[in-house]
Ligand binder design. Structure first.
Ligand SMILES: Cc1cc2nc3c(=O)[nH]c(=O)nc-3n(C[C@H](O)[C@H](O)[C@H](O)COP(=O)(O)OP(=O)(O)OC[C@H]3O[C@@H](n4cnc5c(N)ncnc54)[C@H](O)[C@@H]3O)c2cc1C
Length: 432
């Protein structure tokens, strides 16, 4: 039935969109158009490891076309959706317009700066592959700059001396991470390992402990939503790894040369990384659909927009009606993507649609080699066993055999040789 198929547009090939497209591709009555501004899917939970020079970009991404080679009913379209004209069931993109009968919106989220002055302009974000590569280059490039101005080369820079030189060195070697959620905590741990292994070996002119990593959290505890036992464990581990953890430390301003805390303290640094908040992508606000917490689009329990039965919303973008708000995490996005696809099948087959119920599989955070904090149901695990669980879960969810193999190899290399292999700088210092 080639011309009678329902045309489904799926915007975004993240966890939700990719799962939805894969699920729908099993049913012959649909022709699916999967649209993404990138031609690859990114495994975001390991993004910080790219920024910390632990993994290559290719290890955590998979080309979209590769997923659908054997299914001609799925067209992958590499373009950016600029506007959703739901009255005319048309997407305006930076390429051609795309018509649809049914739509699944899964464009994910973006960084929320909570209006903090200077944050958008001066802070680094960690939300996309480009962010991670840019941040990695910047951090490594700061160490190179610090080396240029170190005492190892006194004759090259005779005019840079005294306090100026010391201050500049410390700012270049100070990394501030704002946000003590899993992302910030994991990144702090990974950076500490990078510094303690490769960096001190590569830069023998650096005094040991001269590189500072500061993790700032506005709340009284790290890892909001984790059991206190696990949050305490992660904090202790990070402190053992020479990360300075500051709690109740809200940031009120970010400047070109550092961050200001609410008590007025100024922390000089050339690298301020913002991991503190997420909100729905900007395109969500432009659709005109009712939005709730963090700009997420209100949907019925079936994941459809009220009075717009043909539009489903899945993943970070979606805020289903109900007593519990599903968290903005990968398992929720995968579950919603599959659920939206199955409900769409029910819709066209005139069957009763099912409400979405989020199955919480737990939460986890890793803090360097051999240490993690894991919650599965009401059970909590820490230490090496938790780390092995973390490894197994991430390898299982990582898309593609090649990626799993490469990640396993890089982790093993890192574990046994304590050496980071990805230390290339592209552009920077401050983008040259
Ligand atoms: C650094 C980081 C670490 C994380 N760690 C974890 C973790 O350890 N565990 C966990 O469960 N969750 C984690 N998360 C959260 C998890 O990744 C998200 O909840 C999940 O990715 C949401 O899936 P999604 O499909 O809704 O959106 P995404 O995965 O963000 O996908 C959205 C897709 O839409 C595309 N897109 C957006 N706008 C457009 C447009 N206008 N036109 C075309 N394409 C568009 C994007 O390119 C992207 O491919 C992390 C997130 C980040 C950023």
């Amino acid at each position: 039935m080639p011309n009678n198929r329902y045309k489904v547009a799926v915007i975004g090939a993240g966890f939700a969109g990719l799962s939805a497209a894969k699920e729908l591709s099993k049913y012959d009555e649909f022709e699916i158009c999967l649209i993404d501004r990138n031609n690859y899917h990114t495994f975001l939970p390991l993004l910080y490891q790219v920024a910390a020079a632990e993994l290559e970009s290719e290890d955590i991404t998979s080309p979209l076309r590769g997923h659908f080679r054997k299914n001609r009913r799925v067209a992958v379209m590499h373009c950016r959706v600029a506007e959703i004209d739901h009255a005319n069931k048309t997407l305006h993109t930076d390429g051609p317009d795309i018509r649809y009968d049914y739509l699944i919106m899964s464009m994910g989220s973006t960084t929320e700066f909570f209006g903090t002055p200077g944050a958008e302009k001066f802070a680094f974000t960690l939300k996309s592959l480009e962010d991670a590569v840019r941040l990695r280059s910047h951090i490594l490039s700061c160490f190179e700059q610090a080396s240029l101005y170190s005492d190892a080369h006194p004759t090259i820079y005779p005019n840079v001396s005294g306090q100026d030189k010391t201050d500049r060195q410390s700012a270049l070697k100070h990394i501030i991470i704002i946000g003590g959620g899993p992302n910030g905590a994991e990144f702090a741990g990974a950076l500490s390992e990078l510094v303690r292994t490769s960096i001190y070996r590569d830069f023998p002119e650096f005094d040991r402990n001269s590189v500072q990593i500061t993790l700032l959290e506005a709340a009284p505890n790290l890892l909001a939503g984790f059991p206190p036992l696990l949050a305490g464990y992660v904090r202790e581990r990070l402190e053992k790894m020479d990360v300075t953890v500051k709690l109740n430390a809200a940031v009120t301003e970010i400047r070109k040369d550092g961050a200001v805390l609410k008590d007025g303290t100024f922390l000089p640094s050339e690298t301020v990384v913002w991991t503190a908040g997420v909100r729905a992508t900007d395109l969500a606000a432009e659709t005109g659909f009712a939005a709730g917490k963090s700009g997420r689009i209100h949907v019925l329990p079936t994941l459809q927009i009220a009075n717009r039965a043909e539009i489903f919303v899945a993943g970070d973008l979606s805020l289903p009606e109900g007593e519990t708000v599903p968290p903005m995490v990968a398992p929720n996005a995968i579950q919603q993507g599959i659920h939206a696809a199955r409900n769409l099948v029910r819709l066209v087959r005139k069957q009763e649609l099912q409400p979405f119920v989020y199955h919480d599989k737990g939460s986890m955070a890793v803090v360097g080699r051999g240490a993690a904090a894991v919650r599965i149901g009401t059970r909590t695990l820490t230490g090496t066993i938790a780390w092995l669980v973390w490894l197994a879960v991430h390898l299982t969810y990582l898309v593609g055999f090649h990626n799993r193999l490469m990640v396993m190899f890089n982790w093993a290399w890192d574990y046994f040789v304590a050496e980071r292999s990805v230390r290339l700088i592209f552009r920077s210092w401050k983008e040259r």
